[in-house]
Design a protein around this ligand. Structure first.
Ligand code: FEO
Length: 395
């Protein structure tokens, strides 16, 4: 499908995808976008997920003979884009693959075969004869290998995951201007999930777009941004600065409770933390909260306090689910503490502490454990924990 003169979308739709990367629910499915740029030396930009490679090859063949394809650009080598490239290189071993050093390293380890590689760096230009591609380094968006590719003249930026959305546009309607529903929410959700841990890197990459004439952002997922390009860039600016603007510190207290004692402890800890005016306290009953709400609650925090009863010598599943939802990247170095009620031996607290430490959070407060019913002293210990943890994150 033609998106600009001599630029064709040869991507695939995956509307049935329900979960991306095992952990990200994708309510609207997704697409894997790939492009052919016609030129004296024709180029293919990015691939698709392996399961869809037959459809991809058919679309490429409808436009160009593989023997005539000279170059492949890999902006990113996560397998949802690179899974089909091994087969491409088997069918067309003459192709020269251009990418960052990490991208070509990753791709080599994925395809396990020799191929023609060309490492590109900041502002390098690939001369296609009558057209030129320029490479903009955008590392850690969201892998070390990522870059963006700018087609001079046409003013199109190919960004792969950048500005993408898990939004399977209707068949044949690949442009943002053709969408009948507002998919901004899908772009924001994608930013939160994929780019959120790398906000400083987003800001670095956005700075490189200043002064660049841009009429279209051809993403790797979701609709191609052919309208409101500036609005999407502004949204990325706003989202990538969001956390910095927050003045209040966020203390998340997540717990599950069997007979109400751990719940009572959580409430007392929240009471103690709330005495600190610089702190916003979020109290989360993990057993009665949807996975999406758990994820949203732990997507950013300054301190995380988790509580579980001990059942069968372990913490309970809803609390482990909270820790699964915590990003070890963004949470690294953040304050953490553990509490819980128990009847026999109380192993849950130590197990939770061990897990938090392995995720490199800083467990700076001793666990508060209470056996059976809370005494007044226990209640005070809980309030104190809340107060102390809150103080540790408010200078
Ligand atoms: Fe769409 Fe990071 O892969």
């Amino acid at each position: 499908m033609r998106i600009r003169p001599g630029i064709y979308w040869v991507g695939v739709r995956d509307p049935g995808l329900e979960v991306f990367d095992v952990v990200i629910p994708t309510e609207y499915g997704t697409t894997y976008n790939s492009y052919i740029v016609e030129a004296d030396e024709p180029v293919l930009i990015d691939g698709v997920k392996k399961e869809f490679q037959d459809e991809w090859f058919a679309k490429i063949a409808a436009r160009i003979d593989l023997a005539d394809l000279k170059h492949l650009i890999v902006n990113h080598t996560e397998p949802d884009h690179s899974g089909s490239i091994g087969e491409l290189l088997r069918r067309a071993p003459h192709i020269v693959v251009h990418g960052t050093r990490p991208a070509l390293q990753f791709l080599s380890e994925q395809v396990n075969m020799d191929f023609n590689k060309h490492i590109v760096g900041e502002n390098d230009v690939l001369d296609l004869g009558n057209r030129k591609l320029r490479f903009i380094m955008a590392p850690f968006l969201h892998w070390p290998d990522t870059m963006w590719t700018y087609l001079e003249g046409e003013k199109v930026l190919f960004t792969c995951d950048g500005f993408g959305s898990h939004f399977a546009f209707p068949e044949g309607k690949i442009l943002a201007s053709q969408q009948e529903v507002d998919f901004t929410g899908a772009v924001e959700y994608y930013f939160d999930k994929i780019m959120g841990p790398f906000k400083p890197k987003v800001r670095d990459a956005l700075a490189k777009l200043e002064g660049l004439e841009l009429e279209m952002i051809a993403t790797g997922h979701g609709p191609i941004l052919d309208v409101e390009v500036d609005r999407y860039i502004q949204l990325y600016h706003a989202w990538s600065f969001q956390a910095q603007a927050a003045e209040q510190k966020r203390v998340v207290i997540a717990y599950a409770s069997a007979y109400g004692h751990t719940k009572r402890m959580a409430e007392l800890i929240a009471e103690g933390a709330s005495r600190n005016p610089k702190v916003e306290v979020v109290l989360l009953d993990a057993a009665n909260t949807s996975p999406q709400e758990v994820e949203a609650a732990v997507s950013s925090f300054d301190a995380l306090i988790v509580g579980s009863p001990t059942i069968n010598a372990d913490a309970v599943y809803p609390v482990w689910r909270v820790l699964e939802a915590v990003s070890a990247i963004t949470a690294k170095g953040k304050a953490a503490a553990v509490f819980g009620n128990y009847g026999w031996s109380g192993e849950a607290a130590a197990l939770l502490e061990e897990r938090l430490e392995k995720m490199r959070l800083v467990v700076g407060h001793p666990a508060v454990k209470v056996r059976f019913s809370l005494t007044e002293q226990d209640e005070e210990r809980c309030r104190q924990m809340g107060e102390t943890v809150a103080a540790s994150v408010t200078p």
